[in-house]
Design a binder for this molecule. Sequence first.
Ligand SMILES: Cc1cc2nc3c(=O)[nH]c(=O)nc-3n(C[C@H](O)[C@H](O)[C@H](O)COP(=O)(O)OP(=O)(O)OC[C@H]3O[C@@H](n4cnc5c(N)ncnc54)[C@H](O)[C@@H]3O)c2cc1C
Length: 347
Amino acid sequence: MSAPHVDFLIVGQGLAGSILALNLQQRGKSVLVIDNDHSGCASQVAAGLINPVTGHRLNLTDNFEQYWPVANGFYQSLAKTTGRSVHRAVTQYRRIKHPGQVTYLDKRLQQAEYQSLLSKHSDSPFLASEPHSCIQVHQTSAVDTPTLLSQTKTILVDQGAYSVTKLNYHDLSVTSQGITVQGVQASTIIFCEGYQAIENPWLENLPFKLAKGEILDIEVSAPLPGMLSWGSWLLPSADNSASARLGSNYDWYDLSLTPTLEIAQKLLTSLQQHSGLQAKITAHQTGIRPTTRQRRPFIGAIRSLQNAYCFNGFGSKGCLTIPYYANLLCEHLTTGKPLPEELTEWL
Ligand SMILES: Cc1cc2nc3c(=O)[nH]c(=O)nc-3n(C[C@H](O)[C@H](O)[C@H](O)COP(=O)(O)OP(=O)(O)OC[C@H]3O[C@@H](n4cnc5c(N)ncnc54)[C@H](O)[C@@H]3O)c2cc1C
């Protein structure tokens, strides 16, 4: 009996593999997604924030206007399919940390592209003792990434298009029909392993600059008025209860998945300083972001392996950027439209 055949074998079911698989299916392609049970999966721990303005100079997130409509459209269409939205609007208060920031704010408020995103500074709903200490950042939202992964997995399992398997790279062979691996034949394989791509022999030269992040689930004493950001952030849970997520840090040296007490304490101290809130930790998670030196993803055909593609390098903003780049790759795969060179140059 011959091995089952699919158009695309997708390795990894984080945000990248999930969004790509659904997009390819919408275009009438058959897929099989394999994942090693979300081991070390950044998407499982991410806060899912989509933030249009970042940094102490209140800069517009790079290419926000390009990414946002595609991301928003994707999450809306997923909600129609599943009957449950994983994407919600968030009221964000940004703490003014020094007077210079008010100067940046005044400048930004005169620029057309910021007018729907920022409000004049206002009182903090967190620290009554500090009037005019917050800016409201509009169009902030958050994706419930673990639910997105479980919804996608359910859709794929129901279609027989999912397998809990770890890909062993040395089992892969190129055939006249494409790729054969672990009993499956595919015309094309697409690698979406997040940071674990560093183990992939065909991707070992990619200039990743991986960054570990730690994130806390906490309980505070009363329901929160919204999200607060100050370099770190406090994101209330979707049901407006007194539970929230608190994060996160960037560590480019310790890439173990072990949580550290020191980071948890730093986050709690900083929360207390910027909001006045005391919190109790209910969970502490870590993940490795697949960040890249050029701050651009790696997307396209892999030169050293026939019929193989890479879809990776989504760093710290996957919820905003992955739907946009999944569209680009799917168009390339289905219509031959070339990918921008800046995405393919390292492959
Ligand atoms: C603490 C933290 C907070 C974050 N907060 C945000 C945020 O607020 N907003 C935001 O947009 N982004 C955030 N991110 C970034 C976000 O997590 C990433 O952009 C995104 O999840 C990357 O998705 P991915 O699918 O590329 O990788 P991953 O999520 O790592 O998924 C890769 C998958 O591949 C599987 N896999 C790997 N190797 C194999 C193999 N050999 N065989 C089978 N399966 C394999 C893994 O098990 C995993 O399931 C955060 C990240 C961290 C760590």
